[in-house]
Write a protein that binds this ligand. Structure first.
Ligand SMILES: *[C@@H]1O[C@H](CO)[C@@H](O)[C@H](O)[C@H]1NC(C)=O
Ligand SMILES: *[C@@H]1O[C@H](CO)[C@@H](O)[C@H](O)[C@H]1NC(C)=O
Ligand SMILES: *[C@@H]1O[C@H](CO)[C@@H](O)[C@H](O)[C@H]1NC(C)=O
Ligand SMILES: *[C@@H]1O[C@H](CO)[C@@H](O)[C@H](O)[C@H]1NC(C)=O
Ligand SMILES: *[C@@H]1O[C@H](CO)[C@@H](O)[C@H](O)[C@H]1NC(C)=O
Length: 392
């Protein structure tokens, strides 16, 4: 495996020029779209709301901990899944579904499965390092987090691709054969999918980047502008009015407004406001504007308290149906180095670059469902210093 990484690394050096044209920075406002389906939905990721898995049977490979230090031979166990029922052996293509910044529970029975069936493809899906059961360390100390980066993750994928190809070749008594590989991913994993194709063009035939977050915009107010447009003038005005009212209550020191939302746990006002902003945005981002705008319009007409109406939406829909958790907005999560295993990848979740939502006072960095775990990933994705990510 060491020599496989070395080969990949050597090949990568030649790609620097091509890769350098890639803008490394992700859309700040994309935070919301990194949302996972609620726990009850069973995962499966993008390309359709899967409520079942094709397989949840775990496989393991030995992955290189540090792809950029040839003297460090440490390895960790990376989990992956394979589904071969549709595979037209031995010449069918291989679809690699990239799992992103959360626990990877299996291969979802989703639209990608439909396409795999049509093309006689093998489906494989490795879990992202540091998430789920693919954590190199038990404790998320700063020291231990140094190998968490999208750069390392891309090389994980390259090593996995070679490893799995060899495994499959062995299964079919072939040697040195190369299948047609396609990579797929959504959101952060969508960015990985695009970057993988750019960085290792010889390892894939193609890549699909769904909502790939490859362009970061500092202070990305356009995201909220679009939310406002999607809401329409009436609903937008109601949301702005609510913002003003909540703001006023917070400023007058009335923490009871948090009570209304069942969010007294969120001591930091920025965390609380981010919850509210996210809750509103989600209705539009996931195509259910009426679930928010209808009650607001009605409340406006019949004189019901707007903030209370919005609070009902947040509690019943965003938290109740959608599956968001209030605690996940608490930035104290960042301090936790031994997160409990949970649906959200042991709570190691992306720190969101969140400078602006529809509320201008939202604080700059807000962790969500998060520990310090993904600071590295995000620092790398977002910071200017790391904008040279692809120039290895
Ligand atoms: C991973 O490495 C361990 C220890 O070197 C070895 O026992 C195991 O067989 C390896 N697993 C795979 C899947 O190669
Ligand atoms: C591969 O070779 C082994 C040993 O020669 C044989 O038992 C097996 O059936 C072969 N597998 C395939 C898929 O041809
Ligand atoms: C398969 O791909 C690898 C990696 O690009 C390459 O080294 C090898 O020559 C290829 N094999 C064939 C038979 O084309
Ligand atoms: C973000 O952009 C808005 C609108 O242009 C501006 O009012 C605000 O001051 C900016 N905030 C930061 C942190 O740059
Ligand atoms: C007014 O509208 C709100 C929001 O839809 C609703 O919950 C409430 O029951 C309505 N009240 C009356 C008196 O119709």
């Amino acid at each position: 495996m060491g020599s496989a990484s070395a080969r990949i690394a050597t090949a990568a050096v030649h790609l620097v020029t091509a890769a350098a044209i890639l803008l490394m920075l992700a859309r700040g406002g994309e935070a919301v779209s990194l949302w996972l389906p609620p726990p009850t939905a069973g995962g499966g990721g993008f390309l359709g709301g899967a409520d079942r898995y094709l397989t949840r049977e775990e496989h393991w490979m030995n992955q290189t901990l540090d792809h950029f230090n040839p003297t460090d031979h440490r390895q960790f166990k990376q989990r992956y899944y394979e589904f071969l029922d549709y595979y037209r052996a031995p010449n069918g293509p291989i679809f690699l579904y990239i799992c992103g910044e959360s626990t990877c529970n299996g291969i979802g029975n989703n639209y990608l499965a439909v396409v795999a069936k049509k093309f006689g493809a093998a489906l494989v899906s490795p879990e992202h390092r540091y998430y789920g059961k693919s954590s190199p360390f038990n404790s998320l100390t700063t020291e231990n987090l140094q190998f968490l980066s999208s750069k390392q993750a891309l090389f994980d994928l390259a090593v996995f691709r070679q490893y799995y190809q060899e495994t499959l070749n062995a299964k079919y008594n072939r040697s040195g054969a190369n299948s047609s590989w396609f990579v797929f991913g959504g959101s952060y994993a969508g960015a990985l999918s695009a970057w993988f194709r750019l960085k290792f063009p010889h390892l894939t035939c193609g890549s699909l980047a769904s909502s790939g977050v490859v362009l970061a915009v500092y202070n990305f107010t356009d995201f909220d502008k679009q939310i406002g447009i999607s809401a329409g003038p009436e609903c937008k005005a109601a949301l702005q009015e609510i913002t003003g009212l909540v703001d006023g209550q917070l400023q007058s020191g009335r923490n009871s407004v948090k009570e209304l939302f069942g969010a007294t746990k969120l001591e930091n006002d920025g965390d609380f406001l981010y919850l509210l902003a996210d809750a509103a945005a989600i209705a539009f981002q996931y195509g259910n504007p009426d679930v928010l705008c209808s009650p607001l319009a009605e409340a406006k007409k019949n004189g019901t308290d707007l903030v209370e109406t919005f609070a009902s939406y947040v509690k019943d829909y965003y938290i109740g149906k959608f599956g968001a958790s209030v605690a996940s907005y608490d930035q104290q999560y960042l301090k936790n180095t031994t997160p409990a295993e949970s649906y959200y990848g042991g709570t190691k979740f992306a720190v969101r670059l969140h400078i602006s939502r529809w509320h201008q006072k939202t604080i700059v960095f807000v962790p969500q469902r998060s520990t310090r775990g993904t600071i590295w990933t995000c620092a790398e994705m977002f910071s200017a210093k790391e904008s040279t990510l692809m120039s290895l």
